[in-house]
Design a protein around this ligand. Structure first.
Ligand SMILES: Nc1ncnc2c1ncn2[C@@H]1O[C@H](COP(=O)(O)OP(=O)(O)OP(=O)(O)O)[C@@H](O)[C@H]1O
Ligand SMILES: [Mg+2]
Length: 326
C-alpha cells in the first residue's frame, strides 16, 4: 500500500447565484507514503479548495463528490466525529490564512497544548514541553515566553511559524500545507522546509504542498501536479515536470519564473483563467494557448500518459506524440 491518500474524480461544487458550480472539476491524484506532492497553479485554480475538500472543510451548501481514500478508507462517508479525530492528528493542515488558525481569546501555546492533549496520551506538563520544543524547531525565538502570548500579540511571520508548529504537533501521517512559507523571509523558509524534510524522514510523513514558488517545488517535490481552472493539466515526477514540461500551461508557468541572474523582462502567459461560473466547453486553457487547434475549443482533453511517469491533458501533446510514433 504505497499511496496514503488518493483523490478519485474529485468534484467540489459551491452554491452560487448561478446554481451549483464546480471549483474542482474531476481531480485524480495520488499521494505516496513518505513523499511530497507539490500542487502548482495560478490564483483561483482550485488548489486550496482541493486541500480543504480532503478534510471536508467547505462552506455550507458546498458538495464534495467522487472519492477520497486515506489508507484505502473512504473519507467522504465518515461521520463528523470520525473526521474530527483525523483532523489535526493523522491529517494536519496549514491553512493559507494563518490568522484564522487560532482563537483570538486564548494563548497560542495553550491552544497547541490542547491539540496535543486531545489526540495523544501525554500529561499537561509534557504537552507544554512539546510546544516549547516545537516553537524552537520552527525558529521562534524565546519560546518559553512566546507560548504565553495571544495570537494578536504575534507578528504575521511569527504566527505563521506557530501555525506550522501546531500542524506538526501530532506528527501527522499527512501534512496538507497551503502556501506555508509564502509570508516568511527566505532564511526562515529554508529552515521550515528543512524541518518538514526532517520530520518526513523520521516519521514517514507525506506532504501535499501548495506553492507558487517553482524554487520551493524544485527543492521539495517528488511529484508535481499542475492545476488549471479546477483540473489537473499535468502530473508526474517532479524532475520531468520541471525540466521537460509538456503541457503549454506548465511550459508558460516555468517560463514565467525568473531564473538565477536573469535580466530583462519575464515572459508572462497572456490573458486570464476563466471564471468558475463561466467555463468554456473545451479545454479551459485554449483561449490563452497560442497553439490551440479547433478541437481544443470544443472538447475537453483527458489526462493521459505522454511519457513514462508524466501525464498531460492536452490534444496537442498527444498529436505530437502520435506523429512521432508514426
Ligand atoms: N466559498 C466559495 N464559494 C464560491 N466560490 C468559491 C468559494 N471558495 C472558493 N471559491 C472559488 O473557487 C475557485 C478556486 O479557489 P481556490 O481558493 O481553491 O484557489 P487557489 O488555487 O487556492 O488560489 P490562490 O493561489 O489564490 O490561493 C476560485 O474561483 C474561487 O473564487
Ligand atoms: Mg489558495
Amino acid at each position: 500500500m504505497s499511496n496514503v491518500l488518493e483523490l478519485i474524480d474529485l468534484v467540489t461544487q459551491f452554491s452560487t447565484k448561478k446554481g451549483m458550480v464546480p471549483a474542482v472539476r474531476g481531480v485524480n491524484l495520488s499521494v505516496k507514503r513518505g513523499k511530497t506532492l507539490v500542487i502548482l497553479g495560478e490564483s483561483g485554480s482550485g488548489k486550496s479548495v482541493t486541500l480543504r475538500s480532503i478534510l471536508r472543510i467547505t462552506p455550507p451548501g458546498a458538495k464534495i463528490l467522487g472519492s477520497i481514500l486515506f489508507n484505502e478508507e473512504e473519507i467522504l462517508t465518515k461521520s463528523n466525529n470520525e473526521i474530527q479525530a483525523l483532523r489535526g492528528n493523522r491529517i494536519a493542515m496549514i491553512f493559507q490564512d494563518s490568522l484564522s488558525a487560532f482563537d483570538p481569546l486564548y494563548k497560542v501555546g495553550k491552544q497547541i497544548e490542547e491539540t496535543i492533549i486531545s489526540h495523544q496520551k501525554v500529561t499537561r506538563k509534557q504537552a507544554k514541553e512539546l510546544v516549547i520544543d516545537l516553537f524552537r524547531k520552527v525558529g521562534i525565538p524565546s519560546p518559553e515566553e512566546r507560548v504565553k502570548v495571544y495570537p494578536h500579540e504575534m507578528s504575521g511571520g511569527m504566527r505563521q511559524r506557530a501555525v506550522i508548529s501546531m500542524a506538526l504537533a501530532c506528527k501527522p501521517e499527512v501534512l496538507l500545507a497551503d502556501e506555508p512559507t509564502t509570508a516568511l523571509d527566505v532564511t526562515i523558509q529554508a529552515q521550515i522546509l528543512k524541518l518538514f524534510k526532517q520530520i518526513q524522514t523520521e516519521f514517514g510523513m507525506s506532504i501535499v504542498l501548495v506553492t507558487h514558488d517553482i524554487g520551493v517545488a524544485a527543492e521539495m517535490a517528488d511529484d508535481i501536479a499542475v492545476m488549471y481552472a479546477g483540473k489537473i493539466v499535468e502530473y508526474g515526477e517532479a524532475k520531468q515536470i520541471l525540466f521537460s514540461p509538456e503541457h503549454p500551461y506548465t511550459k508558460g508557468l516555468i517560463a514565467a519564473t525568473p531564473k538565477k541572474g536573469q535580466k530583462g523582462e519575464l515572459i508572462t502567459i497572456p490573458g486570464q483563467p476563466p471564471l468558475i461560473t463561466n467555463m468554456p466547453k473545451g479545454c479551459a486553457f485554449a483561449d490563452r494557448c497560442s497553439d490551440a487547434i479547433s478541437s481544443c475549443h470544443s472538447e475537453n482533453p483527458e489526462l493521459k500518459e505522454v511519457k513514462p511517469k508524466q501525464h498531460a491533458a492536452c490534444f496537442l501533446v498527444r498529436q505530437k506524440k502520435e506523429m512521432i510514433t508514426i
